[in-house]
Design a protein around this ligand. Sequence first.
Ligand SMILES: *[C@@H]1O[C@H](CO)[C@@H](O)[C@H](O)[C@H]1NC(C)=O
Ligand SMILES: *[C@@H]1O[C@H](CO)[C@@H](O)[C@H](O)[C@H]1NC(C)=O
Ligand SMILES: *[C@@H]1O[C@H](CO)[C@@H](O)[C@H](O)[C@H]1NC(C)=O
Ligand SMILES: *[C@@H]1O[C@H](CO)[C@@H](O)[C@H](O)[C@H]1NC(C)=O
Ligand SMILES: *[C@@H]1O[C@H](CO)[C@@H](O)[C@H](O)[C@H]1NC(C)=O
Ligand SMILES: *[C@@H]1O[C@H](CO)[C@@H](O)[C@H](O)[C@H]1NC(C)=O
Ligand SMILES: *[C@@H]1O[C@H](CO)[C@@H](O)[C@H](O)[C@H]1NC(C)=O
Length: 371
Amino acid sequence: MVRLVLIACVGALLRACPLSAACPAGCECSEAAQTVKCVSKELQSIPLGIPGYARSLFITGNRISRIGPGSFRGLENVTNLSLSNNRITEVQSQAFSSLRGLRSLDLSGNQLFVIHPEALVVSAGSLRELNLSRALYNRSCIGDLAVALRWGALGSLQTLDLSGNRLVLLPSGIFGHVPNLRRLVLANNSLVVVHNGSFSGLERLELLDLTHNSLKTLGEDALGEFELLSGALLLLGENPYACTCGVEDFAAWLNSSRARVTDAERLVCSSPAALRGTPILGLGGQILGCHDGPVGEGARLALQTSYAFLGVVLGFVGVIFLFVLYLNRRGIKKWIVDTRDACHDVLEGYHYRYEIDSDPRLGHISTSGDL
Ligand SMILES: *[C@@H]1O[C@H](CO)[C@@H](O)[C@H](O)[C@H]1NC(C)=O
Ligand SMILES: *[C@@H]1O[C@H](CO)[C@@H](O)[C@H](O)[C@H]1NC(C)=O
Ligand SMILES: *[C@@H]1O[C@H](CO)[C@@H](O)[C@H](O)[C@H]1NC(C)=O
Ligand SMILES: *[C@@H]1O[C@H](CO)[C@@H](O)[C@H](O)[C@H]1NC(C)=O
Ligand SMILES: *[C@@H]1O[C@H](CO)[C@@H](O)[C@H](O)[C@H]1NC(C)=O
Ligand SMILES: *[C@@H]1O[C@H](CO)[C@@H](O)[C@H](O)[C@H]1NC(C)=O
Ligand SMILES: *[C@@H]1O[C@H](CO)[C@@H](O)[C@H](O)[C@H]1NC(C)=O
């Protein structure tokens, strides 16, 4: 009898054991929803014993500082993993590589400082969405992240959120190994420039968000980059645009790209003070005063140039004239000789007549005849 009860108890325990072990302390598990949530429980590491049925795994708002390589062993069915708002500073090599079906990884709201080159490797290249919003300790970490993006085999990544990381510059070619990216969110950083090559390799991009940055001008390089992203909608608002003479090209480009820049109407000047709040779309050269200073200078220069040109032309004509004279020197000599001869003949004629006229004998006759 006692034995039987014991066996029954052990049986119950065995049945109960997998159930109690099925959900780690501090977590809520729902087999029906295939979801495990361990939210705001001051956990210091990824809990052990997360059930294998989990597809969505939320371990958020805890105090986890490090993600090691064995953290997610046996969780082959997880598609969505959120580790947002922990205090993660280090992600080790291959930390997520056992998550074979991982499609969405949210690391937002952390302080990543040590990012190993193979930190983002997800086997089978299944990752579609990576959220690194407010995830970097400081902007110096972008270099390590660029390396991890390169080595992560993220060929199927479609969405990358890098907002709120105080980024000032993007390492050149940082997106060269995520060729299928559709959405790139760089909002709420401190980006000051878009270099030639900043977005190379993103031919499939559908949306680029650069709002809330520190862009003062978008020059030839930036506009060239945007032209390469021909299929992408652009968000460029909330930047401190400087409406000095150089902004003309940008304004013209913006006018012709209104269909792509979805917030084109909301782009306004921040400086100079006189133009603060003026929509960039409405800017014409005359408002900017670019045609008074530099163009007045230009006109003066043009005038000087035309005087110099006139001088050169006159000199040239003179040289040609002398040259023609030189070439024609025989003809001219002949003409001079002919003219002289002709004159001579005429003079001789006069001389003859004069001699006749002055012949006293004839003169006398005629004079007397006149009288
Ligand atoms: C993953 O899901 C499949 C199918 O839903 C299931 O057969 C398998 O047991 C699950 N893996 C684990 C570790 O539970
Ligand atoms: C899982 O991630 C995908 C994006 O890859 C998203 O569309 C979906 O809503 C997420 N599911 C859950 C439960 O968060
Ligand atoms: C990334 O996470 C933040 C919150 O941490 C959220 O506001 C944002 O929408 C997420 N980005 C994407 C692309 O889902
Ligand atoms: C980022 O943090 C590291 C370590 O504290 C520091 O050496 C580096 O100068 C910081 N970078 C910036 C841009 O503040
Ligand atoms: C921008 O990012 C900072 C951190 O860098 C964050 O504190 C702030 O809430 C963010 N603002 C918006 C509008 O997302
Ligand atoms: C940008 O760089 C490419 C080569 O890397 C070059 O062919 C192109 O002319 C450059 N564009 C500008 C505007 O400098
Ligand atoms: C903007 O483009 C339209 C044609 O799309 C043109 O008629 C208009 O003059 C342009 N405005 C400026 C300020 O360039």
